[in-house]
Design a protein around this ligand. Structure first.
Ligand code: SF4
Length: 512
């Protein structure tokens, strides 16, 4: 019996931007007696069912964006006689769907780190259970990934998780409901050990794939103090101290490492934290700006963000401290007006953002927005080819509406065109060239230009293009750009690198 792990995608670029971490974590969780799992990341190339034999295990991880393809892979694997197991956020939310439409024998709900070995063993004895409850495992049980199994020269960024969960409750996000609001932090030692292994292999660019890298804000601390809640204050201070400890350890790693993370805008109030990030080689962060108006922020429960005059200044603070910002914005909120698009485009430039993404409002399962939207549809929900639009992920991409929630004053097409316009303006050649002055040499500026164009092709054109011809052409461009871009991210392997504070000979074997 062999174990296969498949990350589904209906677009393969040959080169991946970020390693799908779950594949290599589940590889680590697979008992050694079954050998190394056969891993397929379809963002690199499509799954080949011919490698699957009857009695093999096929594990498929799905989120809403790739569920359609994932269910297809499951049906094919089942037809080959494999045990088909689903996991991931979407399968956790809709386990019955995987059974009814994806040929599942089992669904793992929640974290797979601990329960996966039981699932594989049960398949080995021919007795897989219908549902496994993986729950939320504690941080000391998060498994390090099997980085030794990554295909060489295929990814630009590796991904290491340092914390799961987010204390906020944004209405469009499911993280706080699925991963919980209580942050679960890994020890600095386990994180550093994985990073050392990655640098040994030649990875220089590492995404800290965290829900929120800044789980305790100054406001949280002040509130606990004001309430004289000593227990809470001590708990928050301990979480914060661990973050600083991790950053100190990151700072001791080779200087050519570049980390990137996700963080809330509140970190800009905390210059001590930003300085520690800079020392730790955390050179970039995705910041969810979402909206540029107070009403917009309120509508997505994100009123802890700034707006107006303060907003650009707050975002510029990151860059002053050496942290480049990828600003993320949402269009299609009920509070948006026609001039919101222009105002957002202007703000993105004024705030000195290094990269930006402009997504349209999509109700994702597991979020407050989805729940409200689904309730509002009632019994008379619109159907496309018999599929209710509240199950839009069961439709092929070409049939899905581009926008789901009706806007009070703008049509979906108007929102789509205006959104595309903002992407065009932010990623025009002159604008990218202007922004490229964040790096020094001509070679680095050209690299910046390439990467910006790749980012745009992968995320804007493929995401909001209306027709399949345009999507295909965007994919072709992305594939063409991806190869030379990957080389820019490659480092020379450092097999001799040891954990800071350890000699190579003392180093505990890396990996599982
Ligand atoms: S959007 Fe970010 S800050 Fe908001 S709940 Fe999700 S992870 Fe937390």
């Amino acid at each position: 019996m062999r174990v296969h792990l498949v990350n589904p995608s209906d677009a393969s670029f040959g080169i991946g931007v970020i390693t799908p971490r779950w594949l290599y974590v589940l590889a680590a969780a697979t008992p050694a007696e079954y050998g190394d799992p056969i891993i397929t990341d379809e963002t690199l190339e499509p799954f080949d069912p011919n490698f699957v034999q009857a009695g093999d295990v096929v594990g498929i991880g799905i989120h809403t964006g790739n569920a359609y393809r994932g269910l297809e892979v499951g049906r094919v694997a089942r037809a080959r006689g494999a045990w088909v197991i689903y996991g991931g956020i979407h399968a956790t939310l809709y386990p019955e769907e995987a059974h009814e439409l994806g040929g599942a024998h089992s669904v793992v709900m929640g974290d797979g780190d601990v329960v996966w070995k039981t699932v594989v063993a049960d398949c080995g004895t021919g007795t897989p259970q219908r549902i496994y409850q993986g729950g939320r495992v504690s941080a000391d049980r998060f498994l390090p990934a099997r980085w030794d199994l990554t295909p060489p020269k295929r990814y630009m960024w590796a991904s290491v998780q340092t914390i799961r969960g987010c204390p906020k409750h944004c209405s469009f996000c499911s993280v706080w409901r699925t991963d919980g609001q209580q942050p679960r932090q890994r020890s600095a030692d386990t994180v550093i050990r994985e990073i050392v292994q990655l640098r040994q292999l030649g990875y220089r660019f590492i995404a800290l794939a965290d829900d929120n890298f800044y789980p305790v804000t100054r406001t949280d601390l002040a509130l606990a103090e004001r309430q004289n809640n000593r227990e809470r204050l001590a708990e928050l201070q301990a979480i914060r101290a661990e973050r600083f400890d991790l950053m100190e350890r990151l700072a001791q790693l080779p200087a050519d490492l570049v980390f990137y993370t996700q963080i809330t805008m509140e970190a800009a109030e905390d210059e001590q934290f930003l300085d520690a990030m800079q020392k730790a080689h955390i050179k970039g962060a995705l910041v969810g700006v979402e909206a540029v108006t107070a009403e917009g922020l309120k509508s997505v429960y994100k009123d802890f963000n700034c707006f107006g005059e303060q907003l650009a200044e707050r975002l510029r603070t990151f860059k002053r401290h050496g942290v480049h910002v990828l600003g993320s914005f949402i269009f299609g909120l009920s509070t948006d007006r026609q001039d919101t698009f222009e105002a957002t485009a202007a703000l993105a430039k004024e705030a000195d953002l290094t990269f930006a993404q402009f997504v349209t409002m999509t109700p994702f399962p597991g979020t407050v927005d989805f729940q409200r939207w689904e309730e509002n549809q009632g019994e008379t929900v619109e159907r496309i080819q018999g599929v209710p639009i509240t199950r839009y992920w069961l439709l092929p991409t070409s049939l899905r509406p581009k926008l789901f929630i009706p806007h009070p004053t703008m049509s979906p097409e108007e929102i789509r065109i205006r959104t595309q316009g903002v992407w065009d303006s932010f990623y025009s050649l002159p604008e990218i060239w202007k922004r490229s002055n964040c790096v020094k040499s001509l070679k680095a500026r050209l690299a910046f230009l390439f990467i910006s164009k790749l980012y745009r092709q992968m995320y804007a054109n493929t995401g909001i293009a209306t027709d399949s011809a345009r999507r295909k052409s965007a994919n072709r461009w992305a594939r063409w750009l991806a190869k030379p871009c990957r080389r820019l991210f490659q480092g020379k392997p450092m097999p001799e690198l040891a954990m800071p504070g350890y000699r190579q000979s003392e180093l505990i074997t890396l990996g599982p």
